[in-house]
Design a protein around this ligand. Structure first.
Ligand SMILES: Nc1ncnc2c1ncn2[C@@H]1O[C@H](COP(=O)(O)OP(=O)(O)OP(=O)(O)O)[C@@H](O)[C@H]1O
Length: 229
């Protein structure tokens, strides 16, 4: 454990991160440190750069400039394969549009990435994760046979199954009705609490943001507010 005088270990560190696409500057110098075990909400208007920032911090996309370190790894020298390696097992990603493979059952969607990562008990672990999100009775269903909320629960099971240090969720409840979205959010916070997983959530929902340890707000590619609720 850390002593009272030592700072919390840092899970995510961004220094002067920029992103340009063509002549458009999307991120204009982001400085952000997220402590291990912290939950952080990212708020901001549509088009302000929230998803772009998350794509960079989660290793899905490379920054145009600046420095990014996640779970102790410097993303700077890494190419796309290197970033994929850096994400594996360390970073779980939940996107608004689920991104499940339509030709695989719920169980396969969760188990196959674990198998690729070399886990011997991939299918047993995947089944346990799906049980944990209340889908033990849907293991052999294909995504098209599942409701939106069920698909999002599969996506969460897939993201958390490798035991990542950090979970990034981009509007994980954006497409879901109120009751379903509450359940989905509870699942993310339960995992955060149980494992002290760092949790980074993009949301438009102020009530969800207030559940986090910290809220940042992005406008026009810059962090304009950083506070504790
Ligand atoms: N691949 C791309 N090519 C060109 N412009 C892009 C691309 N991706 C994002 N942008 C632009 O970058 C800006 C930031 O987009 P981003 O998706 O990060 O915003 P956001 O805050 O997540 O918005 P929303 O809340 O609507 O999801 C927008 O103006 C968007 O049009």
């Amino acid at each position: 454990m850390h002593g009272s005088s030592s700072p919390l270990p840092i899970a995510v560190e961004a220094r002067n991160v920029t992103l340009s696409l063509g002549t458009t500057e999307i991120l204009k110098g982001i400085d952000l440190s997220i402590a291990q075990g912290e939950s952080l909400a990212i708020l901001g208007p549509s088009g302000s750069g929230k998803s772009s920032l998350m794509a960079i911090l989660s290793g899905l996309e490379r920054a145009s400039g600046g420095e990014v370190r996640v779970a102790g790894i410097d993303y700077g020298p890494l190419d796309e394969d290197g970033l994929a390696w850096a994400r594996r097992g360390r970073v779980g990603i939940v996107l608004q549009s689920f991104h499940l493979l339509p030709t695989m059952t719920a169980l396969e969607n969760v188990a196959v990435p674990l198998e690729i990562a070399g886990l011997a008990d991939a299918f047993a672990r995947a089944a346990a994760e799906l049980e944990a999100v209340g889908l033990g009775h849907r293991l052999d269903h294909y995504p098209a046979q599942l409701s939106g909320g069920e698909q999002q629960r599969v996506a969460i099971a897939r993201a958390v199954a490798p035991g990542p240090d950090i979970i990034f969720a981009d509007e994980p409840t954006g497409n879901l009705d109120g009751g379903t979205s509450g359940t989905i959010v509870d699942l993310l916070f339960a995992r955060h609490a149980a494992n002290r997983t760092t949790l980074v959530i993009i949301t438009h929902d102020p009530a969800l943001a207030e559940r986090c340890d910290r809220i940042i707000e992005i406008r026009d590619g810059r962090i304009v507010a950083d506070r504790r609720p």
